[in-house]
Design a protein around this ligand. Structure first.
Ligand code: TK8
Length: 338
């Protein structure tokens, strides 16, 4: 009997590669039209990664997966797209994790100021068990979280004055994402936080509805904020992830082979996106200088003051129901820092 088991085991092992090779065959992989929405422009780091993802899906499915990207929030802003995915009216999207807090509150933990020190820490925590657990928490809300992409460390821009010290932020009407952690953080800094969808931001800056905003330098470049903002302050106050989402309704209709293709292409897109974003980010400051922005870096002493000032934001987050998730992410970060 043992021998027989062994023999069938060997037979299965020998057959496995054949099965894998033919798994992308006609009956297991159907023609799929995927509408993939995103907020930035086609020429942005986000747009480039969407294009890469579409190509990977096509390649890995023998042309069966036809993913079309819709940039510039043409299918709606982040929150509208999340709801379209939940309802099954749209298949996929990429957007900020920060705007997911209306669906799973725990995502707000990523937004706590100065949480990650560098990209390496962020990658390890997001791609590790902690990040995976948060992705999974979306499942019972009608969403499937596939991978995290890099939006990046966020910096401040405004049209009023250079921010060289904390006090310079006083009274500045600053657009933030629709997220309580961001509102709390910037009000503590002394600014006047105004939550607004990204799709409305350029116009709000142009008309003076708000004086400033905060985003990674890649976005400040690709969304042409330099046309309506004079001052850029490198503050790196929050590391901001993007999250690639699928509609659970749609995803549940995929075969096992199709799901595998989707997950593998998503991981490939993540690797591409992070590398590309980091390269682009290194070029952005020179580009923005050339476009006439006045740029300064915050001194380490000033950053320490900011850190000190927003410490209570962590306690507030914990007492608002985030104690458990905060403890978990801090343990995950500590493990990387060691
Ligand atoms: C794009 C947004 C953007 C984010 C923001 O849809 O809203 O400021 O940084 O990337 O998700």
């Amino acid at each position: 009997f043992r021998k027989l088991l062994l023999a069938t085991g060997i037979a299965a092992a020998l057959l496995a590669p054949v099965a894998a090779a033919t798994s992308a065959s006609a009956q297991e992989v159907k023609t799929r039209i995927i509408r993939f929405g995103y907020g930035l422009s086609e020429s942005s780091n986000q747009g480039r990664a969407v294009k890469y993802f579409a190509e990977e899906l096509s390649k890995r499915s023998g042309g069966k997966f036809k993913m079309k990207g819709f940039g510039d929030a043409s299918l709606g802003n982040d929150i509208q797209m999340q709801n379209a995915l939940i309802g099954g009216a749209q298949e996929m999207m990429v957007g900020s994790t920060a705007t997911l807090v209306g669906i799973v509150k725990d995502f707000g933990v990523y937004d706590l100021p100065f949480l990650f020190n560098n990209e390496k820490e962020a990658d390890a925590v997001l791609d590790g068990p902690f990040g995976e657990k948060l992705l999974k928490s979306l499942n019972h809300k009608g969403l499937v979280g596939l991978v995290y992409w890099e939006n990046g460390f966020r910096n401040l821009t405004n049209s009023k004055r250079p921010i060289t010290k904390l006090e310079d932020m006083g009274g500045i009407k600053l657009r933030v994402m629709q997220n309580p952690v961001y509102i709390d953080m910037f009000n503590r800094f002394g600014a006047n936080a105004v939550p607004l969808a990204f799709s409305e931001l350029f116009t709000a800056l142009e008309t003076g509805t708000v004086d400033g905003q905060e985003n990674p330098v890649t976005t400040i470049q690709s969304s042409k904020f330099y046309e309506v903002q004079k001052y850029l302050t490198i503050s790196r106050h929050v590391y901001s992830p993007w999250i690639v989402l699928a509609s659970k309704r749609w995803y549940d209709g995929l075969s096992a082979d199709e799901k595998k293709i989707l997950h593998e292409a998503a991981i490939a897109s993540r690797e591409f996106e992070r590398k590309d974003s980091r390269e682009a980010s290194a070029q952005s400051v020179a580009y923005l200088t050339e476009k006439g922005m006045q740029i300064n870096e915050l001194s380490p002493a000033e950053l320490d003051r900011m850190r000190e000032m927003v410490k209570p934001a962590f306690d507030k987050y914990a007492s608002d129901g985030g104690a458990e998730v905060l403890k978990e992410i801090q343990a995950a970060i500590d493990a990387v820092r060691k």
